[in-house]
Design a protein around this ligand. Sequence first.
Ligand code: ADP
Ligand code: DAR
Length: 345
Amino acid sequence: MDKKYYDSLSENDKLRLLTICLSGVESPDSAMGCYAMHPNDYKDFKPFFQKALSQYHKVDLSVNSHKTNWDFKGAKGLPEDGKLDMTALGLEKVSMRVRTGRNLQKFPLPGSMTKDERIKMEQEMKKVFDVLIADKNYGGKYVSITPNHPNFINKEEYDSLVKQHIMFKDMSADKYLLAAGIAQDWPHGRGCYYSEDKGFIIWLGEEDHLRIMCMKTGTMLNEVFDRLKTAVDVVEKQIDGGCAKSDEYGVITSCPTNMGTGMRASVHVKLPNLCKDGTEAKAVEVCKPMGLSVRGTGGEHTPIVGGVVDISPSARFCISEAEIVIKLYHGIKDLMVKEKAAAAQ
Ligand code: ADP
Ligand code: DAR
């Protein structure tokens, strides 16, 4: 925090910036420690966010800029046959998921929405879900945890969908999201759309207004990525006022850690040797220098169970969508070599 910059702000902007930083003040162990409250925050507080983005993502923004690209054509590291095939890495079927975040330009970001705005946004998204329901590629249903919503589901169905990794966990249990106001008014204005085959999912009202994702147990990473690419185009076209984007920074997200692509591409893999002590310590030690994050299969801040870990590239910003997925593929390849080597240790 640059005190001189802070002192240069108006009283109102000082309050805005302190609100942006509240989660980091309350949890000094934060990896980032701030969340944007409005799509324009990245512009209005550029000196602050430019530094936060540069330092966290380790990019020099005086020479780098974010470029969106979902096209594998010409992407470095793509296998000759264009297939990101897990069996070529000696793996059988694995659980694959690619997600991205989107925020509606016309609403404040989740950290500063009122309860009425959360409910209004859910109502507005109905017409988007109706288009998806009518589309043979994405047909499914929207379920809501907003009390009295026509598609309201009870706790039993909610818990079952969370267990299937379709619905998101109770946000009010996340201290960071609580401090940032993102978990405010839980569970009002929250729900999820999922396709009949449960391979296409949209979270509504989580850390970003929308988390759009494709998930599949299989061997071809391309399948989830390609399905997500077309789905995002279908959804974005239906959003009144468009999704929040910056010419400089790409997709605008609540957390600066997701800025640019808003994309996390993950695979659940078994690492019995690296996790033989029952923790992720060794896996993290090996993955960090490879630019890979390790999570429990229950998601962020969940423990490793049975040596199965969620592996994903840490990079989201100043890297393209296509490069992230290729990075995941090569990361898994290199990780499998280290997993084998750990057997001998
Ligand atoms: P996000 O990926 O959206 O940042 P989390 O890491 O918390 O959030 O994961 C959200 C949910 O998605 C969790 O239920 C997690 O188990 C599930 N998930 C993430 N990656 C995979 C995967 N590759 N296969 C199956 N489920 C996954
Ligand atoms: N509590 C935030 C989380 C950062 C990354 N995870 C997100 N955005 N879900 C921190 O600053 O640690």
